[in-house]
Write a protein of this length. Structure first.
Length: 330
């Protein structure tokens, strides 16, 4: 795979001019209450792993996987009050909440000229049960006690305010040349916040998913997993790995972009990568090792705007959601 994006020059941080702004009533920051949902297959709860796997394998045929479209980016929400509260140095104390770990056995992965394809990053597939349309996003394997956690964007599991959860959710780690070489892992539980499911606020657009075992093997034991980093600098250097599926990309391979994060106000950070539809949920990895092919996830692609990819800032609220997922066995 040949990388098709390069790091863009550093530009000035976003300036928020408060002096000229009219006085506004305080905006209530939405609840950070964690929302846990049981993932559905064909609109139903499926308890048996073997049955779930048969259903997922039957649904996600090569034809459906090729035809699935990038899910639309969420609407960009403006919150002047949150911009007042946020600033570039509003960080810390930094915490590595989980350490990267390799697979129990060597995982097959391809490579690029300078960044190796990671088996700990994959393509996400799901269905909207209302429209019956099939969509794609990106995600990454996170090491945890349960060894089954995937990070992604919240709009890749739930349509947001006044909406619904998606079903037939499947994670294909190390997806390469349009093939799920490492298997198809079906979702069992979703974890997000009311800030997304009830309000659709961009700074809550992150989620964690517990996936089922595949042939009796946990995800992390199959692929290895990334660590997770919270409350860190908003200027971290990161490697973004994702499966963009909009022009000029076709979603068949993992694409990378190496860039520095920048503060973006409203509890968000941004990178100058410009990865289009399909990249949603792809990890922003700090200290990515090209040797072990893992690092510490420090953000997820939430949307693209004006050649920049935005992520919620990974803070203690993100850690709270991860903590609800990290011990959840399937």
């Amino acid at each position: 795979m040949i990388p098709r994006l390069k790091t863009a020059p550093v530009v000035a941080l976003l300036a928020v001019c408060l002096a000229a702004a009219p006085a506004q009533a305080a905006v209530v920051v939405p609840s950070s209450t964690v929302v846990e949902m049981t993932a559905l297959i064909n609109g139903q709860v499926v308890e048996d792993d073997a049955v779930a796997q048969r259903l997922i394998d039957a649904y996600w045929t090569p034809e459906r996987m090729r035809a699935a479209e990038p899910v639309a980016d969420p609407e960009i929400i403006d919150d002047p009050e949150l911009e007042r509260l946020d600033h570039p140095d509003n960080v810390g104390p930094e915490e590595v909440a989980s350490e990267p770990v390799g697979p129990l056995t060597a995982a097959r992965s391809g490579g690029t000229q300078s960044v190796s394809l990671s088996p700990g990053v994959g393509k996400v597939f799901f269905r909207d049960p209302v429209t019956l349309k099939n969509y794609v996003c990106s995600g990454s394997t996170i090491n945890s006690n349960a060894k089954n956690v995937v990070s992604t964007a919240a709009h890749c599991i739930h349509s947001g305010k006044n909406g619904h959860e998606y079903d037939n959710w499947m994670y294909a780690p190390g997806y390469h040349n349009g093939v799920a070489h490492l298997g198809k892992f079906s979702a069992k539980y979703y974890h997000a916040t009311k800030g997304w499911t009830s309000h659709s606020y961009n700074w809550w657009d992150f989620a964690f998913v517990n996936v089922r075992k595949l042939d009796g093997v946990n995800l992390v034991h199959k692929t290895g997993g990334n660590g997770i980093l919270v409350n860190s600098s908003k200027q971290n250097a990161v490697t973004v790995l994702a499966y963009p599926a909009s022009n000029p990309y076709d979603g068949t391979d993992q694409i990378y972009c190496q860039a520095n994060m920048h503060w973006a106000a409203a509890a968000q950070v941004k990178v100058y990568c410009g990865l289009p539809g399909g990249a949603s949920g792809g990890p922003m990895i700090h200290q990515y090792s090209n040797t072990v092919k893992f690092g510490n996830v420090n953000g997820v692609v939430a949307y693209v705007w004006n050649t920049k990819n935005y992520s919620p800032y990974f803070d203690s609220y993100v850690l709270n959601v991860f903590n609800t997922a990290k011990n959840k066995t399937t």
